[in-house]
Design a protein around this ligand. Structure first.
Ligand code: ZN
Ligand code: ZN
Length: 410
């Protein structure tokens, strides 16, 4: 069976600036251009036309999982990405340590950007607490961030956030049920009690008393958001008979990969930020193929960060760094391997947010029909032989090339 590598540069798609350039079209990227020239190209609407993808739903679609069936909230992927093992029916959240004053008014939504080591100590005081018959599983991740899981019978993810999101003059919100079910009402009650209890426990925690004495903001509450329910899906191995591995820095991407049954390798220097070691990621993916994996997924986040910051040049430079990794993978992947390079969505430097424009997609490997595209960018790929297609088509396309095809009908 042939192998495949899927390289996703987060938010790499963009809109043209005043001079008609995008970070991708302006970048010097000989390897991606070669891949496009020798391969076949198109534009991908990751979720669907006119729909602005989140990174979580976009990756589900890319892996062949319709987000309309498999997505209930980001918390599930954050918890899996944080290394928590989930059980069917668990409700998971992303969480922030925050600083609150009187009347639960928010002083700082990030608790003075508390360090990971201190957050870990505080997290231990919340982990294992039982509220209303549900077990609290709490794991700090990076700085003020954490994952929260409620485990017990009769829980629902149909509730609103306790985190008010904006920082100014905000108060901690009461989680409210989003439907009339007793499960949603019960879960909202448990979340509200968790927030109250987290404040009670953290406010008098010795570490916070020391922080206060040192003039630092105490991390005196934990605020959950993005509730999702974990329902175990059929995994990639069961569905397609492939062994798949993931190379990513960010917890969210590791989480989505774990959700669909990929093995996640930890790569030294893969940070999920601009300082990430892109070449180490390429090498790790090649190692996966050598070890017998059929499918390797590589995720690079930095391009999206630059888009959100409106940093055109930073994004262009990040693409140039990724290009060197693409060259490494093309060289080392071995004959007969297919490589797809794309983005999960457009993150416009001008709008500083995700937007709905389709993203360039290039597919490279032996025996492809090819097209006349010479360069890898938004406008060039629009003329490609794959035309315009949805993200859910990517896995069937790759599986077909890998030799996992079967005739539909007779
Ligand atoms: Zn993304
Ligand atoms: Zn983004």
């Amino acid at each position: 069976m042939a192998k495949a590598v899927l390289i996703v540069c987060d938010g790499m798609g963009d809109l043209p600036d005043a001079r008609g350039r995008t970070p991708l079209s302006a970048a010097r990227k000989p390897n991606m251009d070669r891949l496009a020239r020798e391969g076949i190209n198109g534009l991908m609407h990751t979720i669907g036309r006119g729909i602005i993808p989140g990174s979580d739903t976009a990756h589900l679609a890319l892996f062949g999982y319709d987000p309309r069936c498999y997505y209930s909230g980001r918390g599930v992927f954050e918890a899996l990405g944080a290394g928590l093992k989930l059980e069917h029916g668990d409700v998971a959240f992303r969480c922030n340590f925050a600083t609150v004053g009187k009347g639960m008014g928010i002083i700082d939504r990030r608790a003075g950007r508390i360090g990971s080591a201190e957050a870990k100590v505080l997290g231990k005081a919340l982990d294992g607490v039982v509220i209303g018959g549900a077990k609290i599983i709490f794991k700090p991740t990076v700085e003020h961030r954490a994952a929260l899981v409620l485990r017990g019978k009769g829980l629902s993810c149909r509730i609103t956030d306790a985190d008010p999101h904006e920082a100014d003059n905000a108060r901690v919100l009461m989680a409210k049920p989003l439907d009339d079910s007793k499960e949603a009402k019960r879960t909202a009650g448990i979340v509200n009690e968790f927030v109250r209890k987290s404040h009670e426990i953290l406010e008098k925690h010795p570490l916070n008393l020391r922080r206060k004495a040192a003039g630092l903001l105490p991390a005196n509450v934990a605020l959950p958001r993005g509730a999702g329910i974990y329902e175990k899906p059929p995994l990639l191995g069961e569905r397609f008979g492939i062994k798949a591995g993931c190379v990513a820095g960010g917890a969210l991407y590791k989480g989505v990969a774990k959700f669909v049954g990929m093995d996640v390798v930890d790569v030294k220097g893969a940070t999920g930020g601009l300082d990430t070691d892109v070449m180490a990621k390429g090498k790790a993916a090649l190692a996966l193929l050598k070890k017998g994996y059929d499918f390797a997924f590589i995720h690079v986040k930095g391009t999206d960060n630059c888009g959100h910051d409106g940093d055109f040049d930073g994004k262009r430079k990040m693409i140039e760094r990724i290009d060197a990794m693409v060259g490494l993978v093309m060289k080392g992947c071995g004959k007969g391997t297919f490589i797809a390079v794309t983005a999960d969505h457009t993150t416009s430097c001008m709008k500083k947010r995700h937007s709905s424009e389709p993203v360039p997609f290039a597919l490279w490997g032996p025996g492809l029909r090819g097209d006349e595209v010479q360069r890898f960018d938004e406008l060039s790929c629009a003329k490609g032989g794959l035309g315009q297609f949805k993200g859910l088509a990517v896995m069937p396309m790759l599986l077909d090339l890998m030799g996992k095809e079967h005739v539909y009908g007779s």
